[in-house]
Design a protein around this ligand. Structure first.
Ligand code: CIZ
Ligand code: SF4
Length: 300
């Protein structure tokens, strides 16, 4: 109680807005002004007149917030909260791959560093990837898709075209196994299983539906079902329950916990506001180029 009071007081003094990703721990979600996915949060923050954004999430997300709000100070409560998937491809790796495929266009999942975004043509989220591929590229374009091989697999099947795929993956979503689907189907017969497209191909193939985190939130809110099995990072169950108190949610896999997302605590949020730490900056040229790839996506 005392902690959240201190945070709220300081938040007003600093004219700050607190963003929490859907995978954050419950108490951090509860103190936030907005809870959502990385792009949605960055857009919401850019529309406020706050001077400071505290991004409770992982590093690339705070960079995205900075790119969309260059005039605001962006803070991340734990500077070591990284995303292993985003770190699986560097700007140098991508430049090499582009050199091996001259003429190919590059589509990057938002789970990439700002430097990698600056090297790509268009960005996408797990929610809009299919639409972006259909609308932002020509039919005969060769497309490099980075970094998530499983999102690439899923979108490739949807749009019926092949990509040059970077072999990245999310270690947390890979913990979800076909066995988990078989077990949960036995335990909760008839209950729909929703999974994230970062899951293994066998898992997305076996699930009833595949959604981004915001896609899941929307689907559950609009659907008449009373129970759902959720196959993504387990932090999202808190938001689902909070917004749908009359419905029940079961994690498809209790082990799907992202250690980086869990680094943020209320204490660190408070220290972040007290000391104005850790500031996330993006160098000017990278900012301009990365912004361009994000802007093209936003048109769709
Ligand atoms: O970009 C995000 O927030 C991620 C990683 C997941 C999602 O599906 O919203
Ligand atoms: Fe990265 Fe996976 Fe953690 Fe998301 S859940 S931040 S993709 S490691």
């Amino acid at each position: 109680m005392e902690l959240s009071e201190k945070i709220n007081r300081l938040k007003k003094e600093r004219n700050a807005v607190i963003l929490a990703h859907n995978y954050q721990v419950p108490e951090v979600q509860d103190i936030a002004d907005f809870v959502g996915d990385s792009l949605g949060l960055s857009i919401q923050a850019s529309r406020t007149d706050a001077d400071v954004i505290v991004f409770c999430g992982v590093y690339f997300m705070a960079e995205t917030a900075k790119i969309l709000s260059p005039e605001k100070t962006v803070l991340i409560p734990d500077a070591n909260a990284g995303c292993p998937m985003a770190d699986m491809i560097t700007a140098e790796d991508l430049r090499k791959l582009k050199a091996e495929h001259p003429g190919a266009k590059v589509l990057c999942y938002v789970n990439t560093t700002a430097e990698v975004k600056a090297e790509c043509d268009v960005c996408c989220t797990s929610g809009n990837a299919e639409k972006v591929v259909r609308e932002a590229f020509n039919n005969d374009d060769e497309i490099i898709f980075a970094p998530d091989q499983y999102l690439a697999h899923y979108v490739s099947a949807k749009v019926g075209r092949e990509f040059i795929r970077w072999q990245g993956f999310c270690p947390t979503h890979l913990k979800i196994l076909p066995d988990d689907i078989e077990r949960e189907r036995r335990l909760h017969p008839g209950v729909e299983i929703l999974v994230h497209p970062e899951c293994r191909a066998e898992v997305t193939d076996m699930a009833d539906r595949v959604f981004s985190t915001e896609g899941m939130i929307r689907y559950v809110g609009e659907n008449n079902g009373r129970e759902f099995i959720i196959g993504t990072e387990t932090g999202i169950l808190h938001r689902l329950k909070r917004e749908n108190p009359d419905k029940d949610f079961y994690p498809l896999c209790e082990r799907a916990v992202c250690p980086n997302m869990k680094r943020t605590t209320l204490e660190k949020v408070l220290w972040s506001l007290e000391d104005m730490k850790h500031e996330v900056t993006v160098p000017g040229e990278i900012m301009t180029k990365a912004r361009k790839s994000l802007d093209i996506m936003l048109k769709y």
